[in-house]
Design a binder for this molecule. Structure first.
Ligand SMILES: [Zn+2]
Length: 424
């Protein structure tokens, strides 16, 4: 990656490097401050960050040159004195997030100012055709989104792929994604060969990325203690405690779908028996509520039969509205098991909310009463009284949105390096 051609400073080489590091750190501080608090004047930023006014002015000139910020109207929010021009994050740079799942591919593109520029989700039937085909499809979807951003005048700095599985984030490797049938897939390296050079490419767990999206923009924005559950064929969890995403020793924290809850239950995609996702995953809902359209998770059948998960859920909702007995019993059963696993999570993590994503959100009105009742019966009394299931508003695109967001976060942490690599 090409280094940014930074301003030079007098003094020893070591001193210059230290000063450069401090200056870069301060660029990040200012970007973070504006991202968290919205547009602010130079004077207000100086007061809030503790940096000297002339330093802030100089740093903002550099950020203006980099086209990472722009000046908008006047800021009247500050302390006494003349109001200054507000500095806002720029819509000139952006990032892409791609989520691959068992039965859909979701793509999201947004700019640093927070606008959604591109959002697309398609039913996906290529999991059965193997890893290489999937990687080609991800590459093509990413390429289209990147081109769309460029056509809109936005320079993309990179992309992150959300995958339902165990991810080695540092090495860019999918260690295991049971429901995709992937083992040790070096996805970042592979995608870097098919996409334009200079882009920063990352990979992370889908539930972690969705949890970050919920924490930043979603129904739980401002809640520092939450568990996010992906409601897909697989069920993953993203855990945010005290405002920070939990990762664990190997980065595999949150594999809640494989909590053993039913020792005499069905075999899971991971090979074990009675995992929580065999009780609450979308495949189990579909099997119980619409047995005529059940998933074939062994993927031995014509893949054209597999339809978009939202269509499957809509069919369940139609049968619920018609009072279909199998559908009514299915959501009651799933809701109860949701509360069963939720009780374990509440006792472990003490979250304020459990955010239901994916299909759980679509059927939340049917699932939450049974889940909340079971939770109240099983969890330790005091924390459960203040923990509620809530439905995500971000739907099936939460992980892709979070993936674009973490790519922009990375750019904020290393603004000059990432921009230089992206050709800016
Ligand atoms: Zn399992």
């Amino acid at each position: 990656m090409r280094e940014y051609d930074a301003p030079t400073y007098p003094g020893s080489a070591t001193g210059s490097r230290d000063q450069l590091a401090i200056r870069r750190g301060n660029l990040t501080r200012i970007l973070r401050h504006i991202r968290t608090n919205g547009p602010r004047s130079r004077a207000v930023i100086a007061t809030a960050t503790g940096l000297h006014k002339t330093t802030v002015s100089s740093l903002i000139e550099e950020l203006l040159d980099l086209r990472l910020v722009r000046e908008i109207g006047m800021d009247h929010s500050g302390a006494a004195g003349r109001p200054g021009r507000s500095v806002a994050l720029s819509p000139d740079v952006g990032a892409v997030g791609v989520e691959i799942n068992v039965d859909y591919l979701a793509v999201h593109g947004s700019d640093l100012a927070g606008r959604t520029i591109f959002e697309h989700r398609t039913a996906f039937t290529n999991v059965a055709r193997g890893v290489e085909q999937c990687l080609d499809d991800i590459t093509e979807a990413a390429r289209q989104a990147l081109e769309h951003l460029r056509r809109c005048g936005v320079t993309p700095v990179g992309l992150t792929v959300a995958v339902p599985g165990l991810i080695d984030v540092a090495r860019g490797v999918v260690v295991l994604a049971p429901n995709l049938g992937w083992h040790d897939v070096p996805i970042v390296d592979r995608l870097s060969h098919g996409l334009p050079p200079g882009l920063w490419i990352g990979v992370d767990n889908d539930a972690n990325l969705a949890a970050l999206a919920e924490h930043t923009w979603g129904v739980a924005a401002g809640t520092d203690n939450l568990v996010y559950l992906t409601g897909e064929v697989g069920v993953g969890g993203g855990v945010i405690l005290d405002g920070r995403l939990l990762r664990g020793a190997d980065g595999f924290c949150g594999e809640v779908g494989h909590m053993p809850v039913a020792p005499d239950g069905q075999r899971c995609g991971c090979g074990l028996i009675g995992c929580w996702e065999t009780k609450v995953g979308l495949a189990e809902l579909v099997r119980m509520a619409t047995p005529d359209a059940a998933y074939d998770l062994d993927r031995q059948v014509d893949t054209d039969r597999i339809s978009d998960p939202q269509e499957r859920v809509a069919e369940v909702a139609r049968r619920l509205a018609a009072g279909d007995r199998a559908a009514v019993d299915a959501v009651a059963e799933i809701g109860t098991w949701l509360g069963h696993g939720g009780a374990i999570l509440v006792n472990l993590f003490n979250p304020r909310v459990i955010v239901l994503g994916g299909y759980f959100a679509e059927l939340a009105d049917h699932l939450i009463p049974a889940a909340q009742a079971r939770l109240a019966r099983l969890a330790v009394a005091s924390p459960v009284a203040r923990c509620h299931f809530v439905a995500s508003h971000l739907g099936f695109t939460a992980a892709a949105r979070g993936a674009a967001g973490v790519t922009l976060d990375r750019m904020i942490e290393h603004p000059t390096t990432v921009l230089a690599a992206a050709g800016r």
